[in-house]
Ligand binder design. Sequence first.
Ligand SMILES: C[S@@+](CC[C@H](N)C(=O)[O-])C[C@H]1O[C@@H](n2cnc3c(N)ncnc32)[C@H](O)[C@@H]1O
Length: 268
Amino acid sequence: MPKKTARSLAADRSKLSHKAAYALRNPARVAPYVRRALRDRWLRFRHPSHVDYYRAVMASDTANNPEAAVGSGSHDRWLALGQMQFGFLKQHGLQPQHRMLDIGCGNLRAGWRFIQYLDAGNYYGIDISPDILISAKKTLTHYELQEKLPHLTITHDLKLDFLPSGHFDVVHAHSVFSHSPIEVIDECLANVGRILKPTGFFDFTFDRTEGAEHQVLREDFYYRTATLVALAEKHGLSARFMDDWEKLPHGQSKIRVSLVDSPVPAEH
Ligand SMILES: C[S@@+](CC[C@H](N)C(=O)[O-])C[C@H]1O[C@@H](n2cnc3c(N)ncnc32)[C@H](O)[C@@H]1O
């Protein structure tokens, strides 16, 4: 995962000039990009709704390699990215008795560590992709976590209406809003407050730009921090940029959302 630089934060990857310069610097990546762009064009034609389209992208990518489908180029990187998410939340006070919802849990890259750590039944993972959830069950079996009885559920939207009110200490979405148009994020922020405990929080990562907001292939979406903070506030939530996440070797940034008037969770 590339580190953020002033240049990468200003880049508009949707522009032809950016693509041409990138192609000149990385000629070996041109053919795979063209293949992906053609596949995505076909999938968008077949699936006009974003969630249906992205589910089809995940089906195609998972069939090739589930670890690559969640964004890890190697198994070592898959392990490291899971550890980064787990270590961060533990540092921020995650405890075994906490109840956690992992939105877009993928194939449990971090989820297996949360499941192992949390008390039985306290992990809920949801995802739009049946293919990646099948892979998630394989991860669960590989790490022999059956006794922890995690909940793994397919979803089509982020209304979260099947979950109880005031239930979760931690809601988490890693590398999900980086693949989401603004209406999907808006729906999540409109509903997440209901399921949070008063002291709970919702952490999500996003692809940050300091220039123009843009998207590439409707797979990768780049937002300004202020846009997402304002969206959270529109739904009566408070939001803060997580500076300590920025110190980690990860290309995305993180925002923490909590209920207004709740004490900010203690950092340990
Ligand atoms: C890059 S992967 C990250 C998976 C996991 N969070 C991790 O860090 O390993 C993104 C995941 O989010 C899921 N996803 C994308 N949009 C979603 C949505 N609107 N609701 C739920 N899951 C979504 C995808 O199917 C995929 O499994």
